[in-house]
Design a protein around this ligand. Sequence first.
Ligand code: SF4
Ligand code: SF4
Length: 393
Amino acid sequence: MSKKHQTPLLDELKKGAFPSFVTEIEKAAVHSDMSADLLGQVELSYREKVTHWKHGGIVGVRGYGGGVIGRYSDIPDKFPSVAHFHTVRINSPSGFYYKADSLKEICDLWDKYGSGLTNVHGSTGDLVMLGCRTEVLEPFFAEITSRGWDLGGSGSAMRTPSCCLGQSRCEWANIDTMGITNDITQHYQDEMHRPAFPYKFKFKAAGCPVDCIASIARADMSIIGTWKGDIQINQAEVKNYAAKMDIQKEVIDMCPTECMAWDGKELKINNEECNRCMHCIARLTKALRPGKEKGATLLLGSKAPIVTGALMSWVIVPFIKMEPPYEEFYELIDKIWEWWDENGKNRERIGELIERTGFPRFLKEVGLTPSAAMVKVPRRDPFFFWSEEDVQK
Ligand code: SF4
Ligand code: SF4
């Protein structure tokens, strides 16, 4: 079948071992003029090295302040089918679980109302529907909400929270990440759909410090499952591993806090020094398990380099029980948001505000007690400096 637009530069991106977005858009272009014109416009942008998308007026659906990202072509005469090419964010389920029927339903609806192109999942975590005209937004919204879906967050609002699949499939999950994510989504519906913050705010929950969802780098608030007390050791299983691997080299020598010892018969851990990096547990899966008292560490502040540089989250609460109804957690979030609202500049993320005003002031004003676990860079930069006298006490 002949192509609507010749795309020699994009064709280059179909070569190689990896899946290509060009191949996928071409498949959609067989039955969608929007996708065909998208290829033409993107090819032109590659040739001219300028984008031909522009942000126009605010687009959205009645009653919601976010969830739709408006996008228009600045050359609609050349590519009329992408004159409007808005993105709709759909709130993804916790852990990204879908029934095949649900995915088919949403894809069929997008073939009907939009370009047929989706992005599952964008780095926002949402189920992203790419490309539609302004006049289909309301009918599409009415149809998806009648089937139980909802829009996700966009703009200066709480963004759609996301998590690792946690206890549903992973033996290391110390908290119910999916339950927490769903609860935050329901609890803060207003904050997600009616943007009123200085800028965006993201929650991500990981069941353990392996942090498969990369919350420590991507969420304004990272909720990371952890434990109190000693790592549980099954010495018989340790011996089984010793027959198959070099425990000294692969586990003991790689413990970042050097708190482990192995004499060929018994594995010992000085738990007071353990920083819960998960390395030993991940290597000796059958022999080691997290401690029995479960909870989460709350970290605040990470972001990508938009506006100013990238930040990683740092600890603000070393240990909190994360059990329904999460009252202590919500109380803290409300205080943090209030402080951000009062002090933050327009488009200033919470991490940037803390950097600008100072961590001690933040802790004092939201009522958190300073602790030695609040380090900016592990094992290097404490926010607090103790005198020799303090250490000797
Ligand atoms: Fe499992 Fe931890 Fe990864 Fe979650 S972050 S999936 S609990 S290993
Ligand atoms: Fe060492 Fe990490 Fe294991 Fe703790 S979890 S004992 S720091 S390897």
